[in-house]
Design a binder for this molecule. Structure first.
Ligand code: SF4
Length: 351
């Protein structure tokens, strides 16, 4: 049966809405942080938002949105490494409760999953979406309507998962949604494989950056992420710029994130992710109070079983040594859920 774009958007909304809408849970402006306004609202007031969107859209004609710098004309239908068309392809848009607690709050993080990806990891945990591009092509206006819907059902932010290759569409949709009343912070939930010049374009638009740092070593980045040997260098530069723009994580009275940087790092088997180097880099480069989430949920997915060194889950010891390094290097703002997992493992070990 043919599914129309409108059907897709309606069903996406209904999935989130039917499960989670609870008007009693919606909060007042006061509770949400009083006079807080998203960055993009100010940019629009200053008359600079439209120009920024134009600049972003121009990049599609010779696509250099990410460090791959394919140079393809996506407006003419050409596709680069990410395989993405010029229109956004969306897999789902709904409240998500598995993210960091400061993003989830009571009502969930308003998560929009974009299909396709510029990094293309062989252990991708979302491979049907990221590699196979499953999803529905929509217009920027539809994306704006999704944002408004997620706000209306009480989500605390618009969490843009894998946004890099559709950044111009996101900017345009945000401006359309702003005119319809959008006031939530944008969460730029990225693999970290970003160009410094592109992150600079987002200054004054994104309130919360949530990059991964997947590897610290060029060889590993190339081996597991389609030849992206420049990943560590590019990602570190991009994160320093993100930190310059938004700084340490700021929350409202209820602990809901409003602005700031959250860095995610997935511990991998056999120290492949370079965790010790990662925490040392954060400690030496960024404030020690930077919010860092050291994650334990590595699973063998997609083609990872073909690479013996990463074809198993991580051990308790591998997670604990990662948390110990973070403490040794003096990081003071570790994700509370990862601290709970650490304490459970310690208990289990001593019991
Ligand atoms: S966003 Fe896609 S097409 Fe553009 S440079 Fe990156 S991988 Fe290439």
């Amino acid at each position: 049966m043919e599914i129309t774009r409108r059907d897709f958007i309606r069903s996406t909304f209904l999935l989130g809405g039917s499960l989670f809408v609870s008007p009693a849970l919606l909060c007042t402006e006061q509770e949400r942080g009083g006079e807080w306004h998203p960055a993009y609202e100010k940019l629009e007031r200053e008359g600079k938002f439209a120009e920024r969107i134009e600049q972003a859209y121009a990049i599609f004609e010779n696509c250099e949105l990410c460090p791959r710098q394919c140079g393809v004309n996506r407006q003419k239908g050409e596709r680069g490494v990410c395989r993405a068309p010029a229109k956004p392809v969306i897999f789902s848009a709904q409240p998500h409760f598995g993210e960091e607690m400061s993003l989830v709050g009571n009502n969930g993080s308003g998560t929009i999953f974009f299909s396709n990806c510029n990094l293309r990891c062989i252990f991708c945990q979302n491979w049907p979406i990221a590699h196979e591009g499953r999803g529905k092509t929509v217009q920027d206006e539809d994306l704006a309507d999704m944002m408004i819907y997620l706000q209306r059902i009480g989500c605390h932010n618009i969490n843009l998962v894998t946004p890099t290759h559709v950044m111009p569409n996101i900017l345009n949709a945000t401006r359309i949604a702003l005119k319809k009343g959008l006031r939530l912070p944008l969460v730029y939930n990225t693999s970290g494989y970003e160009r410094l010049e592109i992150v600079r374009l987002l200054d004054g638009i994104v309130d919360i950056y949530m990059p991964d740092i997947k590897y610290m070593d060029a060889h590993h980045a190339a081996r597991y992420s389609a030849g992206a040997s420049d990943y560590p260098k590019a990602t570190k530069k991009a994160i320093i710029e993100m930190n310059r723009q938004v700084g340490e994580l700021l929350t409202d009275k209820r602990g809901i994130a409003l602005r700031g940087l959250i860095i995610r790092h997935l511990v991998m088997p056999n120290r492949v992710a370079g965790t010790e180097k990662f925490v040392r880099w954060v400690a030496e480069t960024l404030p020690k109070s930077t919010y860092v989430n050291i994650m334990s949920q590595y699973r063998v997915e997609y083609k990872a079983f073909e690479y013996p060194e990463i074809s198993r889950g991580i051990t308790v010891q591998e997670f604990l040594e990662a948390m110990e390094w973070a403490e040794e290097y003096g990081l003071t703002n570790l994700d509370p859920k990862s601290l709970v997992v650490r304490d459970l493992y310690y208990k289990r070990r001593s019991g």
